[in-house]
Every structure is written in C-alpha cells, then in structure tokens.
Design a protein around this ligand. Sequence first.
Ligand SMILES: NC(=O)c1ccc[n+]([C@@H]2O[C@H](COP(=O)([O-])OP(=O)(O)OC[C@H]3O[C@@H](n4cnc5c(N)ncnc54)[C@H](OP(=O)(O)O)[C@@H]3O)[C@@H](O)[C@H]2O)c1
Length: 332
Amino acid sequence: MAARRVRWGILSTGGIAASFTGALLDLPDAEVAAVASRSEGSAKAFAERFGIERAYGDWASLAADDSLDVIYVATPHSAHRAAAGLCLEAGRAVLCEKAFTLNAREAEELVTLARARGVFLMEAMWMYCNPLIRRLKALVDDGAVGEVRTVQADFGLAGPFPPAHRLRDPAQGGGATLDLGVYPVSFAHLLLGEPAEVTARAVLSEEGVDLQTGMLLSWASGAQALLHCAINSGTGVTASVTGSAGRIDVPAGFFYPERFVLHRDGREPELFEAAPEDGPRDSLRHEALEVMGRIRAGDTESPLVPLSSSLAVMRTLDRVRGVVGVRYPGEG
Ligand SMILES: NC(=O)c1ccc[n+]([C@@H]2O[C@H](COP(=O)([O-])OP(=O)(O)OC[C@H]3O[C@@H](n4cnc5c(N)ncnc54)[C@H](OP(=O)(O)O)[C@@H]3O)[C@@H](O)[C@H]2O)c1
C-alpha cells in the first residue's frame, strides 16, 4: 500500500528553498502544498515556478494552514527563531535550516516550544541523514580507527560575497562560522560529542562578521578537532578522522561524500562508495525522507538529527563566536 503523502509548506523563497522544493517534487509521497514569503509577489512567483497550490504573502497564514503536515523554514539564520517559533506555536511540525538559530539561547527557546506543544522539530543538518556519513559514523563507533585522536574538516567558499550579501550582514547572522563552520563543527560533534574546550582565531570583516575562522576543539579523552571555515577562500572541503589504529579520509564535499577511504593500520585501504542512486546532492532527499518517516510515525524528534545535538552544536558555535568576537544585533 502506498504511504500517505506528506504535505509540505515552504517558508521563504530563496536559494535553498528552491533546491529543497525541487528535491521534494522528486518524491512521489511528498506534496508541496503551500509557500509563504514576506511578499505576495515572491510567493506567487515561487508557487508558479513549482506548481504549488497556495501562496501566502506572510508567514502567519502558512503557519495557520492546518492542511500542512510540516513546514520547511529556509530564511537566513537570523529569522529561524521567529519563523520556526510561529509555526511551532501553531502546532506545525518544522524542519529548520542550519545554522539552527543565531545562538544557543534561541535554539533552547525553539526546543522548549516544540516539546511543550508536542510537535516535531528538526534542524536541516542534511549531512547527518547521508547514508555514507552514517556508515562512517558506524565504523568509527565500532572502533575501525581505534580511539579517535584527531578530526580535521574545512569548508571555505571563495565568493566573493559583496558587503550587501547575507553572509556579510551581521543583522542576518552573517560570517563563515554559522553558515559554513556549522558543517565541520557538526561533523566533529557527530563523532565525539560536545567538546570540553573550544578556542579559535578569526579574521573579521569591516562589518564585524568572520571572513575565516580556525577552530581547535578538545575533549577530555585527549581528542582534538582542527576545523576551518571561510567565506574569503575556496578550501578543499575535505575531512579526516585519525585514531589510535587508523584513519578515514573523506575527499572534497565531505558532508555529502561520494566515497571515503578507511586505512586500518597494517591493512590494505578500504574504499566505501555511495550507492549509484545517491548523487552528491541527494542528501536533501535523505533529509526529506527522514522527516516524512518521523512525521508518519508520529515522532517529535529524529534520532539521526537529535535536538540535543543541535543544541550542543549551537553552544559550540556560541563559544567560537565568543572567542573571536562576533556578536549579532540584539545579543548582549
Ligand atoms: N542545507 C543546505 O545545503 C543549505 C544551503 C544554503 C543555505 N542554507 C541555509 O538556508 C538558509 C537560507 O539560505 P539561502 O542561501 O537560501 O538564502 P537566500 O537565497 O538569501 O534566501 C533566503 C530567503 O529568506 C527570505 N529572507 C531574506 N532576508 C530575510 C530577512 N531579513 N528576514 C526574513 N526572511 C528573509 C527571502 O525570502 P522571501 O523574500 O520569500 O521572504 C530570501 O529569499 C540559511 O540559514 C542557510 O544557512 C542551507
């Protein structure tokens, strides 16, 4: 018997909203039923482009649409708290883009709200839904590299991003750390949990957001993570996990890998490859499938992207920003 279709609402009409809507339209058991924008014109144009039935010129109307099973929030991070909060208040399940919020305080507020209402909430950390990343984690948890000593990961984009771009705008939560650093940080958290110590150095822009940031995270076990993010240079976007008995190398595009190599000490390297149907960008599909499975099951949280992890990552990002001196409007 075919699974019941899950009805999605899309909140905002920018770049990732379009990509995710495209991924949903490829899923036979997903329906994109409504879209909202801050302007009716954008909502209508988006609805026409993707064949969506209802277009709202405000978020509240989308949140009030009780035909929807779940709303995907894809505004800049600075608006995640307000947009996701509105939907949760109305009793709607929410998939909220990364970075989950501007800071850990806002993340706590959303999680508290979702739990009080008993509704589903998940950060759109698609990397955690990627089958090959899940395989890598299972191998590491299983001791394939021994005790983890070092995690390295980077994500830098060359841009250039003009001063008006959201990545340069403090009011929109700009800077490398929240937008790109969240991937290396989430990768390290996936394997090691929340770090005991966090230090960092950054180069700040005239606007006061970080153009590039190097982070050193450490754990009581002695493990360290060396992480880097940048919006002023295109880095290799690779990762490695080194332990007492071996190493895993993940090539470019480490958070949606097509392959990785496990080097166990004294053994031939082992290649792990994505399934043929899992192209580099298919993590969005896996993320959507995870959400739909949870919603159908009546769950309020995903074990693949637990809220405890999103909260811990936000605390680490707060600590990084605290060290390098990036503060957003409204933060004390
Ligand atoms: N998962 C991924 O792979 C991925 C990739 C890229 C981005 N993201 C995340 O997704 C979010 C959006 O990124 P994007 O690249 O799609 O950005 P974008 O192209 O600038 O789109 C953001 C949209 O949000 C709305 N918006 C703009 N400024 C706003 C403001 N000040 N307050 C409220 N809404 C505003 C606009 O839609 P309306 O005009 O319709 O209101 C805009 O089109 C970010 O949090 C980012 O980190 C995730």
